[in-house]
Design a protein around this ligand. Sequence first.
Ligand SMILES: Cc1cc2nc3c(=O)[nH]c(=O)nc-3n(C[C@H](O)[C@H](O)[C@H](O)COP(=O)(O)OP(=O)(O)OC[C@H]3O[C@@H](n4cnc5c(N)ncnc54)[C@H](O)[C@@H]3O)c2cc1C
Length: 492
Amino acid sequence: MENKHVIVIGAGFAGLASACVLAKEGYRVTVLEKNSQPGGRARVWEKDGFKFDMGPSWYWMPDVFENFFALFGKNPTDFYELKRLDPGYRIYYGKDDVLDVPADMGELAALFENIEPGSSKGLKLFLEQAAYKYKVGMGEYVFRPSHSITEFIDFNLIRKSFSMQLLASMSSHVRKHFKNPKLIKLLEFPVLFLGARPKDTPAMYSMMNYADLALGTWYPIGGMNEIVKAMVSIAESYGVEIKLDTTVTKIEVADKRVSNIQTTRGNHTADFVITGADYEHADQHLLDKPHRNYTEKYWDTRTMSPSSLLFYIGTNKTIPGIKHHNLFFDEDFEQHANEIYSDPQWPSKPLFYVCCTSKTDPGAAPEGCENLFFLMPLAPGLEDGEALREKYFDIMIDRFEQVTGQPLRNSVILKRSYAMEDFKADYHSFKGNAYGLANTLSQTAFFKPAMRAKHIKNMLYTGQLTVPGPGVPPALISGQIAAKEAMKMMEE
Ligand SMILES: Cc1cc2nc3c(=O)[nH]c(=O)nc-3n(C[C@H](O)[C@H](O)[C@H](O)COP(=O)(O)OP(=O)(O)OC[C@H]3O[C@@H](n4cnc5c(N)ncnc54)[C@H](O)[C@@H]3O)c2cc1C
């Protein structure tokens, strides 16, 4: 085993997780990463004393991080200070119409009761069911490689699946318990992380509400990239070599085995390959046709998660009133969702999200300044350009000022936009998607693009486009599953 060499393509969470697990088991591991920083979508951009997490900003499911670090005898807090946010986040429903989601369960129940009399009982039941789903989903389902339906043919699991309302939608499940539109929006929001509409997302994902409301919203001081730094330090402590600025340009296959990996910095060979690069890129652009898992048509007919228009903004003053996480739900949710999924176009009246890390982390901005991250979800594959980005910058700034009552435009001293074309150029992202494939029922578990390379014996796919799905915790889990499967396959 000690002689076996594994190449991991991509230093995102999934690739790094695979690398850490395999190296700890004694394999020689080399990671080939296109960009000059590890972390994939969780890179950082630093300028003029401001430090921006470029992608993920919500630290949910702290148990998944704990479990990962425990594999190496560590704790997240050995690497970064973790702070629970309270309120977890704020929702702006309109001017002077806000809802702060408290960390305390008693306060949360009171808040529900206040908005919809009697609803605290519904909340209790809803969260008990969600807790059960979280326990089963994150315990029994999520670590299955989903190579085939047979992994799920287990009477106990089938029985549990029915009690998890696998076939009902999140939308109907939430409406069964609550009538008030504000509470409905609050409870439907977490599934947006899964990249699909609540009406297309199975109700088993109300486990996300448990993650949100019970397990809480956390922040690693220093930013989400601290997780990446921690993983790199574990990987390197077990001898993993991470080669940055090294783009894989072709995976050559002979006799159903990867025989050579061409990169912009020379060729590599290995006993086994795990590709954590965007699945469609590796499948369609790095492999010759006979070795691909899927056709162009297959990819074209997948429901991708949205892309995003992002702005990284530094101001020369503090912005009072806003919280660390702020959701601007002051426009019609359905209309924006239709403009992402049914009739793809730049939105008429977008919902958007503003993160202000400097509210929690003084290191994110110079003193007296604020670090703001604006995110507007967009249909993947749309036309992108500077003029369009600017148009929406104006729309979001106007709405921000009007809804919060805080002037912002004239305090902006640093600004960078990021959207579809950047996702494609930086990560080889299919259609410029931000977070992979949508978790609809027909794209869950064994219906997702397979981890196994059907025509290659020594290669696997990992990352947010395969199991278990989009998000940092799933990417961490995906990397662990791939490492375990790779070990089995190397032993066969
Ligand atoms: C704007 C945004 C906001 C998000 N918000 C959250 C959030 O708040 N919370 C959350 O949990 N999740 C969030 N996510 C999702 C989360 O960031 C991703 O699901 C996760 O980071 C994906 O990890 P990954 O390893 O699968 O892929 P990636 O991070 O994309 O890693 C793949 C790596 O492969 C590299 N690569 C690609 N092609 C090649 C090649 N040919 N050769 C070498 N290397 C290559 C890429 O450069 C990249 O580093 C967000 C994502 C985005 C974009």
